[in-house]
Design a protein around this ligand. Sequence first.
Ligand SMILES: Nc1ncnc2c1ncn2[C@@H]1O[C@H](COP(=O)(O)OP(=O)(O)OP(=O)(O)O)[C@@H](O)[C@H]1O
Ligand SMILES: [Mg+2]
Length: 257
Amino acid sequence: MGKIIAITNQKGGVGKTTTALNLSASLALANENILVIDSDPQGNLTSGFGMKKDQIKAGLYEVYTGKAAMEDAVHQTLIPNLYVVPTSMDLFLSEIELLEKADRETRLRAFLKPLKDRFRYILIDCPPSFGILTLNALVAAESVLVPVQCEFFAVEGLSLLIKLLWRIRGGFNETLDLEGILLTMFNRHLALSRQISEEVKRVFKSKVYDTIIPRNVILAESPSHGKPAVLYAPNSTGAQGYIALAKEILNEHNLLF
Ligand SMILES: Nc1ncnc2c1ncn2[C@@H]1O[C@H](COP(=O)(O)OP(=O)(O)OP(=O)(O)O)[C@@H](O)[C@H]1O
Ligand SMILES: [Mg+2]
């Protein structure tokens, strides 16, 4: 049975999409069947996989509106066992259109249920907001992975997010768990980066992954080539960071079996 993990943080530009792109690819390269869902109308994950609008017959918006079945929105990527549900800007409309539906916050959970047996992990890339799209992701997910940029106010932002998770547990998804906190864009030459990473570890302890993603220009460059960094430049420090994270996640879960 697959595990659904929402990659979320209400703060923008912290590395959610970069993590969705490269972690999904790294897990797939470890021979796991992986599905990653672009639940951000900005569509950065979709373009990071090199998908053009005219190639997409159905995406998440079409699924939400009932114009397409989820299976038709699942597209294969460059890695044969890695699949993506892409999105277009139309998904912005869902923020309003879903409000009229009685099952507004449980739709994604229902769409993903039949797919859970096919994939070891289903990752969801969330937008930088707490709207109905993020709510759907948090209701569908078993756990959340939170990328945190090593910068000022990281801990304040995280505390707010943890409060939101408790609220979701109290109302919509009783078993929602914190999968882990991922420190991103770490610059080992900066004292600030080191201070912030120590502070986050002090507060959130074992919930923080041992793997820290370094600041590496390859991670920013590779999406413009339509590839995750782990394919574009596998030996780069950024790609190696995500490969190490995939191993950490797989090892942790294997301990449970
Ligand atoms: N480790 C890194 N090193 C260098 N650049 C990075 C790294 N991680 C992400 N970036 C770059 O920083 C920017 C923000 O990253 P990303 O798009 O992954 O964040 P996000 O949280 O998904 O943003 P949004 O909230 O807008 O969806 C992008 O240009 C990305 O390429
Ligand atoms: Mg993003």
